[in-house]
Write a protein of this length. Structure first.
Lengths: 838, 113
C-alpha cells in the first residue's frame, strides 16, 4: 500500500484530462462521459420537442376552422398520434434522463455515473429508436392509432400497415434506453456518492431522481410486455387482445395505463426536483420541509401506481373498483400539495430575488395548480364519465405535463445554462420569450376546457360550424402559434447565449450544492479531487470547496496508472467503501446499439431469420463489453488520499454491477408479474372462454423445473468453491450443460403446445414457457461469459463478481421459470373451476 | 474503517408502509374481480372485502406504530442518520391514512354493478 504523490493543480488537471478526456473527430462517437452524454440527451430531446411542436402546429391549423380540408383524416391520425408519442417518449423521458445524467455525479460528488457505457448505449438506442419512429412520417406510415395505441384499433385487422409495428418496435427500443437509464441512475445514487454523504444528506434533486428511477423500473415493464404481446398478435396471430379468440382489448388498456399513469409522475418528479433545487437558491434560504418533501414523493410514487384505472372509468368496471381508484386518484393530490406548500413556504420565509428562472417557476405554479385541480375533478367518476375523451382531458393533461415538466425544465435550462456553457446569461430576449410562452400556452389550452365541456371529442379531424366550437378552436390555434413563437424566441435566446454570453464566474447564482463547486464549463473528470461531506449536501459552500478540491486536497487527488477512478460508498451511511474503476471511451455501446437497432428493423420488415442472427450478434457484442472490464490480480486496499485506503470494486461484495443486476431483475420480475396478471386476467374476465383445446405441456415442462433449479444450484456451488479457492471450472461447464438441457426441455414443451394462434389460453401458455426459454438462453450467455472470464484470470476468491452476478440470474431464472411452468400446468384446473360459472 | 452506524436495509423502512398499502390494494382489487367472476353472493363478497380491509387497516396501524417507535429509538440512540427513520414514520402514517380513505368503499359501494 503506497500513498500517491501530490501534484500541483495544473499538473493534476493535465493528468486527469489525459485519463478522462474523449478523443476528437470520430472518437466523439466513443464518448461515455456523463457530461457529454447528458448534453447529447438534452439536445436530442429538444430536437424531438421541436418536431413534436411542428406537429402540434399542424394539428392547430387543421382545427382552426370548421370543415377544414388542410389535411385528411389519415394524415391527421398520424399527426396527433406522433405528437403524443414524440412528446412523451422522445422528449420528456430523455430530457429528464439527460438532466439527471448531466447533474447527478456533480451533485453527489462523483466523477461519473456507475456505468458510463450503459449511458452511451442508452443514448444510441434512444437516438436510433426515435429516428425510426420519426422517419416513418416521411414515408407516410407513421403510427396512427393514438399515442396509447388502444386495441382493437391498433390490431392487425384494423391497422394492417406497418404504422402500429413502428410504434410497438420503435418505442420498445427507446424504452430499453429508459430502463438502462433507470438502473444507471439508481445504482449511481446509491453507490457513487462523496464519502460522508449519507442518504439523509443527499440534495433533494437526487432523492427525486432516485424515486423517479424506481418508478421507471416498475412502470416501464408492463408497457414493454404489452408491446411485445401486441406485436406477437400482429406478426404471428397470437390472440392476446382478440375477444373472438379468448383475448381482451381491455388487457392492453390495463398494461398501458399501469405504465401510463405513473409516467405522468415520472415526468413531473424530475421537474419538481429541479424546482426544489432552484427555489431555495432564489429564496436565499434552505428548503422548508426537506423530510416532508421526501416522504411526499415516496407517497406520490406508490399512490401513482394505484390509480391506473382512472383512465378506464368508462369501460364498465364495478362501482367498488371505481371507488378504490377514484379515492386513490384524489389522494395523490395531497403529497403533490405538500411539495407546493413547501416551495411557497420557502419563498415566503426567504428573501426572494427575481431572475428568468423565477419567471418560469411563477408560471409553473399557476399552470400546474390549474392542471392539478382539473385532475381532481377528473378523479371523480361522475364528472369523468361526462368529460371522458373530450377536449377537457386534453386541456387537463397539457396543464399538468407542460406545467409540471416544461415550465420547470425551462427554469432549469436557464438556471444551469451558465454551468453548461460557462457563460453568463443575457436576458434581453428571455423575458419576452417567457411571456409569449406563458400567454400562448394559456390561450391555447384554457380554451380547450371550454370546448371539452361543450362536448368536443378528442381526435376528431374536423367539426361542423353548427356546434359553437368555432371561436374557441380559433383562439386555441392563435394561442398555439403565439406559443410556438415563444419557443422559437427561446431557441434563439439559447443560441445567442452560447455565442455571446459573458464569461461566467463560478457559482454566479450563489447556490449551495456541489455541482457549482467545479469549473464551469465542467471538465471531463468533474472534480479534481472528491469532497468529504459532513452536513446536508444542499447547504454547502461551493465557493470555499471548489479551490480546495481543484488543488487536489480531497479524495483521489491524483491519477493512478491513467485509470478513471471514483469512489463507492455504503448505500445508507455514505461511508467510504471501495474504489470504482470506470471504463475508457469505446465504440462498443454504439456497435451494440446499432446491432440492437438492426434487430428492430429486421422485425419491422418481418425478416425474422435476420432478426435471430442480429440478436445473437448483439449478445456477442455484450460479451466484448465484459471482456474489457475487471482485473487479473488481487490488489487489496489501495490509497484513496487523505491517508485512507479502500479495496477496488472488483474485490467487494456489494459493488455497483451486483446492484445493477438486482435492479435489472426487479424490472424483469415486474414484466413477469405483468405476464402472470395478463394470463389470469384473460382467464377470469375475457370472453370466449373456456377454450376448445386445453394446453398441457406434459413431462418436458415438468422436467424443466429441476433442470433450471440444478443449473442455479451448480452455479452457487461453483461460487462457494471459488470463495474457498477450490477448483470450480468443471461446475461452470456443468452449469452451461444444464442451461442447454433446460433450453432443450423447454423447446420440447413448447413444441407440444396446441396452436398458440387458436386461443388466448394457448397463447399465454406459449408466452409463459417462452419466457422461461429466453431466460435459459440468457443463462447460457452468462455461463459462457463466466467460463471465458475464469480462463482469462478475471475470477479469484476475492474477485468473484462475475460468478455472483451469473448466480443471481440463474436463481431468478429458476424461480420465475418454475412459477411460469406451474401456472401453465395449473391452467386446466383453473379453467375447470370457471366452467360451471361462465 | 469505522462500524456502519445504520444498517443498509434501513432504507427499506421508508417504503414499508406504502408497500403494505400496495399489497392490500392489489388484494382487494383482485378479490373483487374474482368474487364478481365467480358470482359470489353479495353478502359473502362484502364480508370478505371488509375482513381484508380491516386486516389491511390493522397491519398498517401496526406498521405506523412501529415506524414511529423506530424513529424515537433512532433519536434516543443518537444515530447519525435518524432522518431515514423520520421519513419512514411520515410515510407509514401517510400510508395508514391512505388505507383508511382509499379502502373505505369496501363497506358500502356496489360490488359487481
Amino acid at each position: 500500500m503506497t500513498e500517491q504523490p501530490q501534484l500541483s493543480p495544473i499538473r493534476l488537471h493535465k493528468a486527469l484530462e489525459r485519463a478522462w478526456a474523449t478523443g476528437p473527430g470520430w472518437h466523439r462517437l466513443a464518448a461515455v462521459n456523463h457530461t457529454i452524454l447528458g448534453k447529447r440527451f438534452m439536445l436530442a430531446a429538444f430536437v424531438f420537442f421541436a418536431i413534436g411542436g411542428v406537429l402540434a402546429m399542424l394539428i392547430r391549423v387543421q382545427l382552426a376552422t370548421p370543415d377544414s380540408a388542410f389535411v385528411g383524416p389519415e394524415i391527421y391520425n398520424q399527426l396527433f398520434s406522433m405528437h403524443g408519442t414524440v412528446m412523451m417518449f422522445l422528449f420528456a423521458i430523455p430530457m429528464l434522463e439527460g438532466l439527471a445524467i448531466y447533474l447527478l455525479p456533480k451533485m453527489l460528488g462523483a466523477r461519473d455515473l456507475a456505468f458510463p457505457r450503459l449511458s452511451a448505449y442508452g443514448f444510441w438506442c434512444y437516438l436510433f429508436g426515435g429516428t425510426i419512429v420519426v422517419a416513418s412520417m416521411l414515408f407516410g406510415v407513421a403510427p396512427d392509432s393514438g399515442w396509447f395505441m388502444y386495441t382493437p384499433l391498433s390490431s392487425q385487422p384494423y391497422s394492417p400497415g406497418i404504422n402500429s409495428d413502428i410504434w410497438l418496435l420503435g418505442i420498445t427500443f427507446v424504452e430499453i434506453s429508459a430502463l438502462s437509464a433507470a438502473v444507471e441512475i439508481i445504482v449511481s445514487i446509491l453507490k457513487l456518492r462523496a464519502p460522508g454523504m449519507s442518504l439523509d444528506r443527499m440534495p433533494l434533486f437526487a432523492w427525486y431522481m432516485l424515486v423517479t428511477a424506481f418508478m421507471m423500473l416498475f412502470g416501464f415493464p408492463p408497457l414493454i410486455l404489452g408491446s411485445i404481446l401486441l406485436e406477437l398478435e400482429r406478426a404471428f396471430g397470437l390472440p392476446f387482445f382478440d375477444p373472438t379468440r379468448g383475448g381482451d382489448p381491455l388487457l392492453w388498456q390495463h398494461l398501458f395505463w399501469l405504465f401510463g399513469h405513473p409516467e405522468v409522475y415520472i415526468i413531473f418528479l424530475p421537474g419538481a426536483g429541479a424546482l426544489s433545487t432552484i427555489i431555495p437558491v432564489f429564496a436565499q434560504r434552505q428548503i422548508v420541509g426537506y423530510h416532508a418533501i421526501i416522504a411526499a414523493i415516496i407517497a406520490l410514487a406508490f399512490l401513482s401506481f394505484g390509480l391506473w384505472v382512472h383512465h378506464m372509468f368508462t369501460v364498465g368496471i364495478p362501482h367498488l373498483a371505481l371507488a378504490f381508484f377514484s379515492a386513490a386518484s384524489a389522494l395523490v393530490a395531497i403529497p403533490t400539495a405538500v411539495q407546493i406548500f413547501a416551495w411557497l413556504a420557502t419563498l415566503a420565509h426567504g428573501k426572494p430575488r427575481f431572475d428568468v428562472p423565477m419567471l418560469y417557476i411563477a408560471g409553473f405554479f399557476l399552470v400546474f395548480v390549474i392542471g392539478g385541480l382539473t385532475g381532481v375533478m377528473l378523479a371523480m367518476v361522475p364528472f369523468d364519465q361526462q368529460a371522458h375523451d373530450s377536449y377537457f382531458v386534453v386541456a387537463h393533461l397539457h396543464y399538468v405535463l407542460v406545467g409540471g415538466f416544461v415550465f420547470p425544465m425551462l427554469a432549469a435550462i436557464y438556471f444551469w445554462l451558465p454551468h453548461i456553457t460557462g457563460r453568463e446569461s443575457v436576458h434581453r430576449i428571455s423575458v419576452p420569450a417567457f411571456w409569449l410562452i406563458f400567454m400562448g400556452f394559456n390561450l391555447t389550452f384554457f380554451m380547450m376546457h371550454l370546448t371539452g365541456l361543450m362536448g368536443m371529442p378528442r381526435r376528431i379531424y374536423t367539426y361542423p360550424s353548427t356546434f359553437g366550437w368555432d371561436w374557441l378552436n380559433f383562439l386555441s390555434s392563435v394561442g398555439g402559434f403565439i406559443l410556438s413563437m415563444g419557443f422559437a424566441l427561446f431557441a434563439v435566446d439559447i443560441v445567442l447565449q452560447f455565442r455571446f454570453g459573458r464569461r461566467f464566474s463560478r457559482n454566479g447564482w450563489r447556490a449551495s450544492t456541489l455541482d457549482w463547486a467545479m469549473p464551469t464549463r465542467p471538465t471531463s473528470y468533474a472534480f479534481a479531487s472528491l469532497p468529504t461531506i459532513d452536513r446536508r449536501a444542499d447547504a454547502l459552500d461551493p465557493d470555499r470547496l471548489a479551490p480546495y478540491l481543484a488543488s487536489g486536497h480531497g479524495y483521489l487527488g491524483f491519477v493512478r496508472e491513467n485509470r478513471m477512478e471514483t469512489l463507492g460508498v455504503d448505500v445508507t451511511t455514505g461511508r467510504l467503501e471501495h474504489v470504482v474503476v470506470l471504463p475508457k471511451p469505446t465504440f462498443l455501446p454504439l456497435i451494440s446499439a446499432a446491432l440492437t437497432g438492426s434487430v428492430v428493423l429486421a422485425m419491422l420488415f418481418k425478416i425474422y431469420p435476420l432478426a435471430i442472427v442480429m440478436t445473437l450478434a448483439t449478445a456477442a457484442s455484450f460479451l466484448f463489453w465484459s471482456s474489457r472490464t475487471g482485473a487479473r490480480d488481487d490488489q487489496g486496499p489501495i490509497a484513496v488520499g487523505l491517508g485512507e485506503y479502500a479495496p477496488p470494486d472488483t474485490e467487494v461484495e456489494g459493488a455497483a454491477p451486483w446492484w445493477a443486476m438486482v435492479f435489472i431483475l426487479t424490472a424483469n420480475a415486474t414484466l413477469f408479474a405483468s405476464l402472470v396478471f395478463g394470463t389470469l386476467y384473460l382467464w377470469l374476465i375475457a370472453p370466449a372462454w373456456p377454450p376448445s383445446e386445453i394446453a398441457s405441456p406434459g413431462p418436458w415442462a415438468w422436467l424443466s423445473i429441476p433442470v433450471l433449479a440444478a443449473a442455479a444450484v451448480t452455479l452457487r456451488l461453483a461460487t462457494k468453491h471459488n470463495a474457498r479457492s477450490r477448483t470450480f471450472g468443471p461446475m461452470l461447464f456443468a452449469t452451461l450443460g444444464l442451461d442447454l438441457l433446460a433450453l432443450t426441455t423447454l423447446t420440447a414443451a413448447l413444441a407440444l403446445q396446441p396452436d398458440p394462434t387458436a386461443h388466448a389460453h394457448a397463447a399465454t401458455a406459449a408466452a409463459l414457457l417462452g419466457y422461461g426459454w429466453i431466460h435459459a438462453a440468457i443463462g447460457v450467455v452468462f455461463g459462457i461469459n463466466a467460463i471465458l472470464r475464469a480462463r482469462g484470470g478475471y475470477i479469484s476468491a476475492r474477485r468473484s463478481q462475475t460468478l455472483r452476478i451469473a448466480s443471481l440470474w440463474h436463481d431468478y431464472a429458476a424461480i420465475a421459470g418454475t412459477i411460469g411452468i406451474v401456472l401453465v400446468l395449473a391452467m386446466p384446473l383453473l379453467i375447470g373451476m370457471l366452467e360451471g360459472v361462465r | 474503517m469505522e462500524q456502519t452506524p445504520v444498517p443498509p436495509h434501513a432504507i427499506l423502512v421508508i417504503a414499508l408502509g406504502f408497500t403494505v398499502w400496495s399489497v392490500a390494494f392489489v388484494a382487494l382489487y383482485a378479490i373483487n374481480a374474482i368474487g364478481c367472476a365467480f358470482a359470489w353472493p353479495t353478502a359473502v363478497q362484502r364480508g370478505v372485502l371488509i375482513v381484508l380491509t380491516l386486516a389491511a387497516c390493522g397491519a398498517m396501524a401496526g406498521v405506523a406504530a412501529w415506524s414511529v417507535r423506530h424513529w424515537r429509538r433512532a433519536i434516543a440512540k443518537a444515530q447519525p442518520a435518524p432522518s431515514l427513520a423520520k421519513i419512514g414514520a411520515l410515510t407509514s402514517v401517510a400510508a395508514l391514512a391512505s388505507t383508511l380513505f382509499a379502502f373505505a368503499p369496501s363497506f358500502f359501494a356496489s360490488t359487481c354493478v
